[in-house]
Design a protein around this ligand. Structure first.
Ligand SMILES: [Zn+2]
Length: 209
C-alpha cells in the first residue's frame, strides 16, 4: 500500500547514485547539483552501504531532474553515463546481491545471458526493498526490463520518457553480460502516465569508431 509519492530509497541505492555521480561529474558538479536539489546534507557525507531507508524517492527523482537542468542539453548523456557507472558499482560492491559472484556466462547463448543479468537486477532491487515491483518482460519476443516503482521519475511529469540514468544501467548490464553494445530504449515511462517504466533491449549498435 505504499504510495509512489512517499516511497523511500535505501542508503545503498543513494550511495550508489552519489558515488557514480561523483565519478562522472566530479566533486564540483556533484556539489552544485546537490545544492540545487536541496540535498546539501550529502555533500562530503555519503550514506553508508546498508539497507536503511535514507531519503524519499521523490528527492532521488529531484536529483535526476537537477542533473538534467544543470547540464542542459548534455544532461541526458551525463545521466546515461551515471547509470553505466552505477551498474559497474553494483558489480564491484554488490556482486552477491546481483547474483553474479562466481557465475560463468560464456557457456550460455546471448539471449540467456541478457535474461540472467536483467533478472539479477530485478531480484537485487526487490531483495533490498520489498516495495519494489520490477521484472523481466519477454512479451512480443523482445527482452525488456520493467520497473513499476521507478525511483528516477516518481512524482515527475513529462510527455517523453525521462529515465536516462536507468537506460544507462540497463545497457551497461547487457554489455556486461554479452560484451556488446545493444540499443536500449525506454518504451513506457511512469512520468508520462504509463503504468511502469519499460526498457527494451533492441539490436546491437553499429560500431561508432
Ligand atoms: Zn521512466
Amino acid at each position: 500500500m505504499t504510495n509512489k509519492e512517499d516511497a523511500i530509497i535505501i542508503n545503498s541505492l543513494m550511495r550508489q547514485a552519489l558515488v557514480s555521480m561523483q565519478e562522472v561529474m566530479g566533486d564540483h558538479g556533484l556539489n552544485a547539483v546537490l545544492k540545487s536539489s536541496s540535498l546539501e546534507k550529502f555533500i562530503g557525507n555519503f550514506p553508508p552501504n546498508d539497507l536503511e531507508p535514507s531519503i524519499k524517492a521523490s528527492q532521488y527523482a529531484q536529483l535526476n531532474q537537477a542533473v538534467e537542468d544543470f547540464y542542459g542539453r548534455g544532461g541526458r548523456g551525463i545521466l546515461r553515463r551515471i547509470g553505466k557507472s552505477s551498474f559497474q558499482y553494483g558489480v564491484r560492491e554488490q556482486a552477491a546481491l546481483l547474483g553474479i559472484a562466481g557465475v560463468a556466462l560464456k557457456v550460455l547463448p546471448e539471449r540467456q545471458r541478457i535474461k540472467f543479468i536483467l533478472n539479477g537486477m530485478a531480484n537485487a532491487l526487490k531483495k533490498s526493498n520489498s516495495d519494489v515491483k520490477a521484472w523481466l518482460d519477454e512479451s512480443g519476443g523482445k527482452l525488456a526490463y520493467v520497473d513499476a516503482t521507478c525511483g528516477v521519475c516518481t512524482s515527475r511529469h513529462s510527455d517523453r520518457p525521462i529515465c536516462h540514468l536507468y537506460i544507462g544501467s540497463v545497457s551497461e548490464a547487457v554489455r556486461w553480460a554479452t560484451g556488446k553494445d545493444y540499443e536500449v530504449t525506454e518504451t513506457h515511462c511512469s512520468a508520462k502516465g504509463d503504468e511502469y517504466c519499460r526498457f527494451e533491449v533492441g539490436d546491437v549498435k553499429e560500431q561508432a569508431g
